[in-house]
Design a protein around this ligand. Sequence first.
Ligand code: FHN
Length: 461
Amino acid sequence: MSRSLIIAAAIVAICLSLAAVPAPAAADDAWNKETPAARDARMQWWRDARFGMFIHWGLYAIPAGQWNGEPVGGIGEWIMDRANVPIAEYEELAPRFNPVKYDAADWVRIAKDAGAKYIVITSKHHDGFCLFDTDATEWDVVDATPYGKDLLKPLSDECRKAGLKFCTYYSIMDWHHPAQYRGSEKRYNPTKIHPERKAEYMAYMKQHLKELLASCDPEVLWFDGEWPDWYTEQDGRELYNFLKELKPSIIINNRVGKGRKGMEGLSKDDQQYVGDFGTPEQQIPATGLPGVDWESCMTMNRTWGFKSDDHDWKSAETLVRNLVDIASKGGNYLLNVGPTAEGLIPAPSVERLGAIGRWMRAGGESIYGTEASPFAETPWGRCTRKKLDGGKSRLYLHVFDWPADGRLVVPGLDGDVAGAVLFVEGGTEKLRTRSTPEGLVIRVPPAAPDPVCTVVAVDVE
Ligand code: FHN
């Protein structure tokens, strides 16, 4: 090969390698310039909240898992993809969407009574349909449905009245927008993008984000659908900085970038991925995600969007223990409901949220504003911690397996113990404690006041 050809090939190789590495963001961008103290202040309400309600709602609630009379596998909000529905056919759902039973105040009451401190609702899922009024497209609830009104603004207003934080989910992948096209003959997922229209689509998303901030002012932007190859970590950083310029206090999950794979890589010093918290889905990481903020999002049955034939509901006991388990590992629990096309949260979901609320009214102190357990393991259940003044800590022992012998042993607890109390109906009862070689022994009554999860609080140095 001639010398000039070698040089040309080398230049091409260098350009290609540079293209593969996302350009470092400007040092003065929002992601890079925030101090740890400023970040802690911004994240504090979210960390204290520990429990939120996820809402997956949209046109997919109309078919509710059935297409042309046949059940469609998978999660309900993916029916356009899983049934391979042509766009024009899917668009015929919009004139049928008229959630006349939608009552935002009732949804907020249900969430608040459950003990949730924030609500995250889909503003636009992968089908591209917008539940809010947007000038960027007619493919929205105001222009395309007989309902004709923005669905998110009333919910955000009711959240503010009730003291809950209003948050929105937004999908980057869009099976309807013409800038993107289907990944294969049979599936939309993962989409591809027409290269010459990527800038247009990025601008489309930014317009939506601006409209959402202006109309319902979400406290968290919960991105999703970030996995298609055409969307990059750099694009994520661009959206992150765009939002932070508009609303410096906003919190943004790791799916704004490509961090879902590297959710452990969220700590600032070894930051690889943009985003404020990790998003394990349908799972509780065995040891949490030490050193980073994270939130486990989970369904109550097996689908996010409503499916008429999914009756595989988790028990209230499982849901309460999930909440406790997640809090004991330092995470948040984002528990999903999938409302019907009429605008009702399914009764089994409401029942379970009611049960969680009853437990939280007695035990919420052991969840809200707590940190991860200081113990590697606690065989009888889980533990959370709240730091007190004067270097003390309050440990909340969540007992799932009640000791038959009346001895609750806390291995490795050998600090000065300033007494223990049992959470009982309407208050607390003092308990006797004794330090032993196996750890602190707390004398407890023969029967657990709450068989799902009984709390014992211990103040230690
Ligand atoms: O594809 C979506 C899915 O429909 C649902 O919204 C979940 C919820 O976190 N997120 C994506 C799958 O990871």
